[in-house]
Design a protein around this ligand. Structure first.
Ligand SMILES: Cc1cc2nc3c(=O)[nH]c(=O)nc-3n(C[C@H](O)[C@H](O)[C@H](O)COP(=O)(O)O)c2cc1C
Length: 172
């Protein structure tokens, strides 16, 4: 799948089919994260791949907005270690993983509001690491909203040279 097609069609997936995602596909997804850009190329991210059902269930209870983690084929818990810009570096890596996953037919959804200490406890990660997210992945149970994206128009969010100058003037 072309990058632009993946961006155009990728929607948040919260319902997953019960089947497993093959290890080679999972490794490709993690590889996309490994190859992401980071501040000064420090690569401060650490990924914990979780496919243990009991752990997925425990993780789903560490946030009020991530119940769907329980039904994922796997999750990637993303932490950073000694990062200057942890959220930026972490989000870059996760976004690349999510797009790579989508191009391979695997859906995902960003999750927030975690009890960070509890997540660290479950996954036995060092206390100093910072949690960015635990993202669930799996084959989508159904096509999300028939592939339709609800997004603001480009004219509402982008301007040409100065604020207020319509972006459409780039072509006139
Ligand atoms: C920073 C961020 C935080 C999010 N937090 C959650 C969350 O805690 N739980 C959840 O189910 N979805 C979460 N989402 C997913 C968004 O709700 C979703 O990307 C947005 O509604 C667009 O969905 P769509 O691509 O299906 O249109 C989050 C997304 C982002 C980028």
């Amino acid at each position: 799948m072309e990058v632009m097609d993946a961006i155009r069609t990728n929607l948040a997936v919260r319902e997953f089919r019960p089947e497993k995602v093959p290890p080679d596909v999972i490794l490709k997804i993690l590889e996309a994260g490994r190859l992401a850009h980071s501040s000064k190329n420090t690569q401060p991210w650490r990924f914990i791949l979780v496919d243990d059902k009991e752990k997925l269930s425990l993780l789903s209870k560490t946030t009020p907005t991530g119940g769907h983690i329980a039904n994922a084929a796997f999750a990637v818990a993303l932490f950073t270690e000694k990062a200057k810009l942890p959220e930026v570096d972490g989000a870059r890596a996760m976004e690349d993983m999510m797009l790579a996953a989508w191009s391979l037919g695997v859906g995902s959804c960003w999750v927030t509001n975690f009890d960070e200490e509890r997540v660290k406890q479950i996954l036995k990660v060092p206390k100093e690491w910072k949690l960015i997210t635990v993202a669930p992945f799996g084959y989508p149970a159904k096509p999300a909203r028939k592939g339709k994206k609800n997004r603001k128009k480009l004219e509402e969010i982008a301007y040409y040279n100065v604020y207020g100058n319509p972006i459409s003037s780039i072509i006139s």
